[in-house]
Design a protein around this ligand. Structure first.
Ligand code: KIV
Length: 289
């Protein structure tokens, strides 16, 4: 083999390596999500709040990671999503961003950082984008937050809407029951969905509403509609990671499918470790220097 042919072979294999790498890390963007809706490809979204979990989700091929304000419940142990602060969300989001190569990362604007004051909303969204490197923010509400949504969009920050059961308004609802069962509330939800799309949101989360209403909204909107308890006929699904892995035990709504019982597995592993330490089984000869 001549030096020239070795050079050619190396060049060709380098080209394919770069192409393969490009293929592997093709990032999910809002444009990709829009294409997925057009092609009828379902979008898979999960929450994550830390580096290690986000890395596993990204390697598994998840399309969207939501740094949800459900961190207030599953990470901080609060009863509601209301207490979590912007600083805490920024910390969670920064850890997730450092782990992720492919997924689109959306961060919840926490309660009290955007409602009623569009200037403050923009400041909050800019802090999230600047200090974490995330790709988009999510906000709960319809027509009443339109001005804030518009202002954030005008700064070039993609916004995802969230309608139906909006946990930041839990004290207004008084309960976590299914939303928009009655005609009036369903009609308002459909109107709000159109307002959010027309204002420029790139996607919408619908939480805990009748499946028929989820289907109607997904059909009427051009932007992807991601459901959590909104039936199968939406453009994608989202679950809280700690719920679907069975780390949390107390929360069991009908829409939740548990893919694992990590609570029992982790507890069992920790009990085995305690036992090994107490009975001098750990460390053994191979586990020392
Ligand atoms: O904070 C969150 O986890 C969410 C999901 C329930 C969609 O908003």
């Amino acid at each position: 083999m001549t030096v020239f042919s070795v050079l050619i072979i190396n060049f060709v294999s380098l080209k394919y390596d770069i192409m393969a790498l490009h293929e592997i890390v093709r990032r999910v963007t809002t444009h990709v999500l829009h294409e997925m809706k057009l092609k009828g490809e379902k979008i898979a979204m999960l929450t994550a709040y830390d580096y290690s979990m986000a890395r596993i989700l990204d390697e598994a091929g998840i399309d969207i990671i939501l740094v949800g304000d459900s961190a207030s419940n599953v990470m901080a142990g609060h009863d509601t999503t209301l207490p979590i602060t912007l600083e805490q969300m920024i910390n969670h989001a920064g850890s997730v961003v450092r782990a992720v190569k492919r997924a689109l990362i959306v961060v919840d604007l926490p309660f009290g950082t955007y409602q009623g004051n569009s200037k403050e909303a923009l400041t909050s969204a800019i802090r999230i984008m600047k200090e974490t490197g995330a790709h988009a923010v999510k906000m709960e509400g319809g027509q009443e937050i339109q001005e804030s949504v518009m202002r954030i969009l005008s700064a070039g920050i993609p916004v995802m809407g969230h309608l139906g059961l909006t946990p930041q308004s839990i004290h207004k609802f008084g309960t976590y029951v299914v939303r928009a069962r009655d005609e009036k509330e369903a009609q308002k939800l459909v109107e709000d969905a159109h307002i959010l799309e027309e204002t420029g949101c790139f996607g919408l989360v619908l939480e805990k509403i009748p499946a028929s209403l989820g289907q109607k909204v997904a059909k009427e909107l051009k932007i992807p509609v991601i459901g959590i308890g909104a039936g199968p006929d939406v453009d994608g699904q989202v679950l809280v990671l700690h719920d679907m892995l069975g780390i949390t035990q107390e929360f069991s709504p009908r829409f939740l499918r548990r893919y694992h019982n990590l609570h029992a597995e982790i507890k069992g592993a920790v009990q085995n470790y305690i036992q090994d330490v107490r009975t001098l089984q750990f460390p053994d000869e191979k586990e020392q220097y």
